[in-house]
Design a protein around this ligand. Sequence first.
Ligand code: TYM
Length: 343
Amino acid sequence: MPETTSTRPLRILSGIQPSGQLTIGNYLGALKQWVQLQDDYECYYCIVDMHAITVPREPAELRASTRMTAALYLACGIRPERATIFVQSHVSAHAELAWILGCLTPMGWLNRMTQFKDKAAKQQAESVSAGLFTYPTLMAADILLYQANLVPVGDDQRQHLELTRDLAQRFNSQYGETFTVPEGFFPKAGARIMGLDNPLVKMSKSETSDYHAVYMLDEPDQIKRKIMRAVTDSGNSIYFTDDPEKAGVNNLLTIYQAFTDETKEAIEARFAGKGYAELKKAVAEVVVEGLRPIQARYRELTAESDLIDQVLMQGAAKARLVANTTLNTVRERIGFLAAADRA
Ligand code: TYM
């Protein structure tokens, strides 16, 4: 019997690129939600190494980054008995469905992707890979293979998610109901954490400046130093605002809110009449304390020699079952001959 939403729990899929150290943006925009959602949904959390090679990478660094990302998933509290943690390249269905979806994707849809334009603008035109351009079709494959109902991500993934929904609908109307059309799930606070050195750009793991991002594994002293140096403005009042002039203060307040889960009103009341130095000190404190247990758990987990590899091996086996079920339906719907000897 084909699987339908009514015969199984609601599913979630999300992923992070192993493209460097994870930032508090990755934590607040994605991971923190993932931990909360695992008790109510059937969750698939992927480390998207195939997305990471859309720009050149050192193989040893990619391997280390993939393990580090997996260890951070666990350290944040994702439990392998509740959620399937796996590496994208371990499940070859992702690559195959990405190709099929790529053949259904008008170039015009990809041309509109702002993240491609931003990333491509940072490289020499002739070295921008075709993979960077078709990246969103691979992301759509990640999501659609698992028939995900919800995709918890930060704000920067909205456009990719919209394209995924468009592709699911296009496939369904052309070949018959095959894919669940997923919805995005965005955190109330922390969907868009900005750079500390430039609060007008998103905090990103690929930015190289020392004072841009707080990384999840930064030492307490480093975190304090970075936050104390965060760009603010020449004023002295502390409140949440969309005013770009006060983007730095708004960003610090947002980080505080996302770590403490306090209301905006309570936070504004707490800082009424205080100066920026006090705000920064308080933000540094909640970030250090919020990351402390995660960092401690990370150290324990990475001391156990092959624990991470074991989790990833078991996760891939579970993920393959689900992904291959969807892929087999897709192959049949589009007219590929069944291969008698297919594994
Ligand atoms: P990536 O690796 O850039 O980021 C991983 C997750 O972290 C969120 N995020 C942020 N949230 C708030 N503020 C920030 N400054 C910030 N920076 C990053 C991202 O929104 C994301 O949720 N294309 C995706 C990876 C991906 C994926 C998927 C996600 C591949 N396949 C399928 C969901 C479902 C990416 O590059 O994320």
